[in-house]
Design a protein around this ligand. Sequence first.
Ligand code: NAD
Length: 514
Amino acid sequence: MTTPVTTAPPTATTPAARTPVTDDTERALLERIPTGLYIDGRWTDAADGSRFEVLDPSRATVLGSVADARPEDGVRALAAAAEAQRSWGRTAPRARAEILRRAFELVTARADDFALSMTLEMGKPLAEAHGEVAYGAEFLRWFSEEAPRVSGRYATAPDGGNRLLVTKRPVGPCLFITPWNFPLAMATRKIAPAVAAGCTMVLKPAELTPLTALLLTQVLEEAGLPPGVLNVIPTTDPGGVTGPLLKDDRLRKLSFTGSTAVGRRLIAESADQVLRVSMELGGNAPFIVFEDADLEAAVEGALVAKLRNGGEACVAANRFLVHRSLAEDFGRALAERMAGYPVGRGTDPDSRLGPLINEAAVAKVSRLVDDAVARGARLAVGGGRIEGPGYFFEPTVLTDVPRGADILDEEVFGPVASVVAFDTEEEAVAVAGATPFGLVCFVYTRDLGRALRMAEELETGMLGLNTGVVSNPAAPFGGLKQSGLGREGGLEGIGEYLETCYVGIADPFAGGRA
Ligand code: NAD
C-alpha cells in the first residue's frame, strides 16, 4: 500500500477536500463510529448506562450520543491498563513499532472519515481537518520509527573502577486527558510515544469531541493493539472520573493537554502519588514584526498563525506586535485579507473558517473585543458574532490596542487579531515576555543577528522564524513558564514515557584475570 509522504501540519491554506459531503455521508459515518467505552479490549456501556450528547457547533444540533463513564468505569479502565502493563512492556519493540505503522496506514486510508468526524464535532473546515489527519497520523509513523531506537549506555566510572549501566524502561500505566481543539492529533501525540515505549494507558478525551477518539480507538484495535493497552473513557464528569485514578498507586504518569487552570489543579492532585507529569497548557503567543521584515510574508504568516484552526489553538498568534513604521500598513493589509475570508460550515467546500466550539466561546471572544474597543482600540474589520444557527464569529482585526486590554492578557481562542505598535527591539522583547505563558513566539525579521538574539532572549519553548506554523511531529512541542512541562514529538517525545534505571557494576578487572 502506498501512503502519502506528508508531514504538513494543518494550515488555513490547505487545499479544499475533494469528496463532496452529503447528509447521507454524515449519517453513514456517524453510524460507523463506536459509541461505547473501550475497556480491556471490549466496547461496553457505562456502569449506570448513562450517555451524553455530542453537538455539531455549526448548527447547534445533536450528532449522536456516547457512553458517559462513571468513576467505577475509570477504575476498571485503570485496572485493565495495570494488568496489561507487565506483558505489554516486554513485547518486542519491533512488534510495537509495527502496530503503530499499521495504525498510521489505517488512519491515512480512512482520512475522509477522520476529517469528517472532526469537522462535525469540532467545526473546522474539511480541508483543515485533512491537515490534522496528516499531522495526527504522522505521530503514529514517527514513533513507530522511534520504538526500536530506545537504548541506554554503558560507561566506565571516572575513577576507572566500577562500570555504569544505564537502561530505559516504560514508565508504566498512564492517564491521558486531551482537549477538543485537535481531537485526533492531541490523542496520537500521547498514545504513539506511549505505545512505542511500552506503556499502557487510559485516555479521557474531551467531552465536546469524543467521536474522533473513539474512531481512533477502533483503528488501533484493528491495527492489533492488545486488550488493556489502550482504554478509552469519555465522560461529562472529568474531575470525578480522573480524581480517583490520580490517587491510585497503579497509575505512574499523567499527561494532560488543556488549559493552564485545569493543568495547575491536576499537578496538585498528582502530588499525592508523586506522578510523572507532562503538561501542554495554554499560550499567549506574540507575533513580532520588525521594521526590516518582509511585510507581505508577515501578513501571509499572520493569517495562518491567527486563523489556523479558527484561532482555537494554543499556538495561535494572540498579540501582533508590529514596529511603529509598519503597524498601519500591516493592520490594513491583514484586515483586507480577513475581510474576504469565507466563513461557513466546515463541510462547505468554500468555507475556510468554521464556527467556534460553543456559546461560551462566542461570549468570551465578544467580551474581549468589546473590552478592547471600550478602551480605545479601533475595529478594522469584523467585531461580532454572525447571527444564525451555530457559533460563528467574524474574522476580526483590532488596531491600536492599548496595553492593559484583556485581549492582550488572555488566550483569545477565536479569529481576532490585535495589533499593537512598538518602537524598539528591547520594548518588543519586554512586551512579548509580559505574560505568564511561554509556549510559542513568531518573529519576522531579515536581520540574522536579530533573529538569533530573539532565539536566545524570548522566553519561549518554540519560535517561528519568518513562519506562522511551528507544529511538526519531528520537533519537540511544548512550553516554558505556565505553558507547561515536558515535550511531545521529536526525539524528546518518547523520553516522557521512559524511566531511567542505573546498575552499578563492580570493576571487571579489580580481581585480575582468572
Ligand atoms: P480544558 O482545560 O477545559 O479541558 C481539557 C481537558 O481537561 C478536557 O478533556 C476536559 O474534560 C478535562 N478536564 C476539565 N476539568 C478537569 C478536571 N477537573 N479534572 C480532570 N480533567 C478535567 O481545555 P479545553 O478548553 O478543552 O482546551 C483548550 C485549552 O487547551 C487552551 O488553553 C489551549 O491553549 C490548551 N491547549 C494546549 C495545547 C498545548 O499543546 N500546549 C494544545 C491544545 C490545547
